[in-house]
Design a protein around this ligand. Structure first.
Ligand SMILES: Cc1cc2nc3c(=O)[nH]c(=O)nc-3n(C[C@H](O)[C@H](O)[C@H](O)COP(=O)(O)OP(=O)(O)OC[C@H]3O[C@@H](n4cnc5c(N)ncnc54)[C@H](O)[C@@H]3O)c2cc1C
Length: 326
């Protein structure tokens, strides 16, 4: 694979603000593309203008704004748009933030274009002209390197895998409308309604730098978990026991059948560390466990462990952090 532009899907919120992991992907894209340049894809009716300063700081050369008579929030329509953007940009590498929706779109684009697809990567490099993606598999027990042998690569990258940095030289991104030919099959599903979650004031669980997680040990009282998360500016997560009990919404569940997180700091309180939970958090940077059972399996993977009652330890930690923060 010779040097070509790298294409990045510019995930954004309803107000047009770029989601934080997009800066990480653009940083990675610059490393892969070298002089060939970085292109972005803007999908949705939101105004791109507010995102342009960030895209300029990231050195993006061209933003392909999809123009389609169908909703690009449908993964099949998004895949149509991404395929068109690959053709328009000449890119042979497409990077997307790892999310359920993006992984579905990535798979569709890869099938249509004959690309190799890797999901949930935590690093991407070029080796001998080939895209090599690093990923953690089998409930976090193995790290693998997957070399893409096809001429095109589509890779979804987990949040917090790359440290975002601005380009040495900013750019003036050109915004180009890209008409998308929507396949008849792509609109077999109609999007009836789409509602953004009310803003909790906390960062998104999948991309947060800090995640504080409550398990069965909370016995349904998440107040101390939320308090510590707020002091650290982090997100609140949960085990399946906690979500099944209805103590917290299902979208907070971390693990094999929930969200995969890889924050810089994971704090588990009253979490045993079952294999199904580990699969969704073992790639975290630093793992802290608070559990009153010294034999809890989570201590096997913890970088720092506190044997104690979470209702005593978490408030103390929050108070000390507040004191240090002044
Ligand atoms: C197919 C399948 C898929 C699954 N997918 C998931 C998944 O995606 N995510 C997930 O999380 N689980 C998943 N599970 C369930 C998983 O196997 C575990 O049952 C679950 O993770 C355990 O949750 P827990 O750690 O909260 O509870 P427990 O295992 O009951 O552990 C509670 C811990 O809290 C400690 N504790 C109790 N009181 C206190 C206190 N006051 N202070 C400090 N510590 C205390 C206890 O010592 C214990 O270690 C799945 C299971 C199956 C079969």
């Amino acid at each position: 694979m010779t040097a070509t532009p790298v294409l990045v899907l510019l995930d954004h919120a309803a107000d047009g603000t770029l989601r934080p992991p997009v800066r990480e992907l653009l940083t990675l894209a610059r490393e892969l593309a070298g002089d060939a340049g970085v292109h972005g894809v803007w999908a949705g009716a939101e105004d791109v203008a507010g995102a342009l300063p960030v895209l300029a700081a990231q050195g993006v050369s061209t933003v392909h704004r999809l123009v389609a008579d169908a909703d690009p929030h449908l993964s099949a329509v998004l895949a149509d748009g991404l395929q068109a953007a690959l053709a328009a940009s000449g890119a042979t590498v497409l990077l997307l933030v790892s999310s359920f929706e993006n992984k579905e779109a990535a798979a569709r684009v890869a099938v249509r274009t004959g690309a190799g697809v890797v999901t949930d990567a935590d690093g991407v490099v070029l080796e001998d002209g080939r895209v090599v993606a690093h990923k953690t598999v089998l409930a976090g027990t193995w790290t693998t390197r997957c070399a893409v042998t096809a001429p095109r690569a589509v890779v979804t990258v987990k949040a917090n895998s790359v440290t975002a940095q601005d380009a040495a030289v900013p750019s003036t991104p050109a915004v180009v409308d890209l008409p998308v030919e929507v396949r008849p099959g792509s609109t077999r599903v109609h999007l009836v309604e789409r509602t953004e979650h009310a803003d909790s004031g906390r960062p998104d669980l999948g991309s947060a730098h800090v995640v504080v997680v409550g398990g069965r040990g909370t016995e349904g009282d998440f107040s101390v978990v939320e308090e510590l998360a707020d002091v650290l500016g982090g997100a609140v997560g949960a085990t399946r026991v906690a979500t099944d009990e209805g103590w917290i919404a299902h979208d907070a569940q971390i693990g094999q059948t929930g969200v995969t997180v890889s924050p810089r700091l994971y704090i588990g309180a009253g979490v045993s560390g079952a294999v199904h939970h580990r699969g969704g958090m073992q790639a975290s940077g630093t793992i802290v466990a608070v559990n009153n059972d010294p034999d809890a399996p989570i201590f096997e993977i913890a970088d720092f462990g506190v044997v104690g009652d979470l209702f005593t330890v978490l408030p103390q930690a929050a108070a000390e952090l507040r004191r240090l923060q002044g």
